[in-house]
Design a protein around this ligand. Structure first.
Ligand SMILES: Cc1cc2nc3c(=O)[nH]c(=O)nc-3n(C[C@H](O)[C@H](O)[C@H](O)COP(=O)(O)OP(=O)(O)OC[C@H]3O[C@@H](n4cnc5c(N)ncnc54)[C@H](O)[C@@H]3O)c2cc1C
Length: 470
């Protein structure tokens, strides 16, 4: 008899919309066993080819079926340093689950019937975390004198540092913000990725001897040359993509129009949702508008809705997107969660101009309706404006979430570092070495906005080359 997918437990939409606690509760042991038992254990599994780091998915699921959770954890750890994180944030429906044999061919993302690989990964990851299963270190004497500087403490930097420290390399991570974790801390809200899950991984690196230096902007406080002069033999750049794109339309400088980075950083990193207990406020509006259709837009919308509820306002947060729901790049789960919580959506809408009041605060967004035309270079159908379709949406707070570009400060301070037309660092795709000998790079600073697992995959490659050449 065909077994139905095991649904994951979640906090009720009504309650969770008023707090920042984790929404997805994960599988219990019984639920994980039931879901794992649905895996067909294909002779030639396709799922692993859908995983950017090639986790042996068939094997770890089989180990779960055998109730050998420790081995399942270590199988995942062979390829992915942070299973509890990836099990929570990986866009599995576009990756491993899409490749699952149970997904119907030709769909843009996984069918519901596909194995819930990410929830099983989270189960095994949390087992490892809850049982303090440290990955064995493989210290090699020859690395004991090697010193590496990692710039940036996002998933790329953390992963590279972990790979090196496990071999006995001395690693210092330089981070410009006052807290570590990159987007995992300042971007992704705690109701998707609780801080204790991230802190567990950071504490583990500290136990391995990795040294964290925060509030330190490389490129300003010290240059690459100065880091080499200080005794580092190799440098890894995991700078990320944190420079927001804007719409470039009239009125965009009005008060209460935020870039998605500023909005999420204020709330997630600086606890604006606990104002005045914490000093940074967000003056949440009655009519909140989010522009965009990716993960950042969904996070901003769900955060804004929570702020409205916490402040006793009627929930009115709307996302506008220039294509249709099917083209939205956000994780499907996030879209569903946003809808359940009460976020409204309006599709095929293009912003034209913001209108403010006499005090310079935003009041309206003038928009145009669009329809889908021919596919563009991204393969998605291009939105085409419908002439004469102008209309207005009331808004007293707007968040622009239409893309992020490479962080530039270090790049601008280092002219020898070659970049492409998007200002991303150019690297050799095998070694991850940049145009400067001994300087490696990975994550969003190479190839633009990507995913956590992709950033980790690149960092692992870079760490391998650093070890081979040290
Ligand atoms: C809001 C949001 C939601 C997302 N949701 C998901 C998701 O659900 N799933 C998913 O897979 N991906 C998601 N992503 C994408 C994912 O987070 C990124 O691909 C990933 O974080 C990239 O990792 P990174 O280490 O390259 O960069 P980052 O995480 O950006 O980290 C870079 C770090 O480097 C620091 N830094 C930069 N320049 C310097 C300097 N000169 N000196 C010192 N420090 C410096 C920055 O402060 C930052 O802490 C999301 C992104 C955002 C913004």
């Amino acid at each position: 008899m065909k077994k139905e997918p095991v649904k994951v437990r979640e906090a009720s939409a009504e309650i969770r919309a008023g707090n920042f606690e984790e929404v997805v509760k994960g599988y219990s042991e019984d639920e994980a066993l039931l879901e794992a038992s649905r895996c067909l254990q294909c002779k030639n599994p396709l799922c692993s080819s859908g995983c950017p780091v090639g986790i042996d998915i068939k094997k770890f699921i089989h180990q779960i079926v055998q109730q050998d959770y420790q081995s399942a954890y270590f199988t995942i750890r062979e390829k992915s340093n942070f299973p509890s994180i990836c099990g929570r944030v990986c866009p599995a429906e576009y990756q491993c689950r899409k490749a699952c044999i149970l997904t119907k061919k030709g769909l843009p993302f996984a069918s519901e019937q596909a194995i819930n690989i990410h929830f099983l990964e989270r189960f095994a990851g949390d087992y490892g975390k809850n049982n303090n299963l440290d990955v064995p270190v493989e210290i090699e004497e020859k690395f004991s004198k090697v010193k590496v500087a990692v710039v940036g403490s996002g998933p790329a930097g953390l992963c590279c540092a972990g790979e090196l420290a496990r071999k006995g390399v001395q690693v210092d991570i330089y981070e410009s913000l006052h807290k570590t974790g990159g987007v995992l801390r300042y971007g992704i809200p705690p109701f998707r990725l609780p801080w204790d899950v991230l802190d567990f991984e950071i504490n583990y690196l500290q136990k391995l001897g990795v040294n964290f230096i925060t509030n330190f902007l490389v490129g300003k406080a010290r240059t690459i040359k100065e880091l080499f002069a200080q005794g580092y033999s190799r440098i890894f750049l995991g700078l990320g993509a944190g420079v927001p794109s804007f719409l470039g339309i009239k009125g965009e400088n009005l008060c209460n129009i935020y870039s998605v980075n500023e909005f999420l950083t204020r709330v997630n990193l600086m606890s604006a949702y606990k104002f005045p207990e914490f000093h940074t406020p967000v003056n949440i509006g009655k009519n909140v508008l989010i522009v965009g259709g990716g993960n950042t837009a969904m996070d901003a919308a769900r955060v804004a809705l929570r702020l409205q509820k916490i402040n006793g306002l009627v929930l009115n947060t709307k996302v506008i997107y220039r294509r249709t729901e099917i083209e939205m790049p956000a994780r499907r789960l996030e879209i569903e969660h946003a809808k359940e919580e009460g976020v409204k959506f309006e599709f095929l809408v293009q912003p034209k101009e913001f209108v403010g009041d006499e005090r310079g605060f935003v009041r309206k967004l003038v928009c145009l309706r669009s329809k889908l035309g021919e596919p563009d270079s991204s393969g998605r159908r291009r939105p085409v404006i419908i002439e004469g379709s102008e209309f207005e949406i009331d808004c007293d707070l707007c968040v622009i979430a239409v893309g992020l570009k490479a962080n530039q400060i270090l790049i601008n301070a280092t002219p020898e570092l070659k970049t492409d037309k998007y200002s991303d660092v150019i690297v050799d795709s095998e070694s991850m070495e940049s145009s400067i000998k001994g300087v490696f790079a990975g994550g969003d600073i190479v190839g633009g906005e990507g995913t956590v697992i992709e950033a980790m995959g690149m960092a692992k490659k870079a760490a391998k080359s650093i070890l081979q050449n040290s």
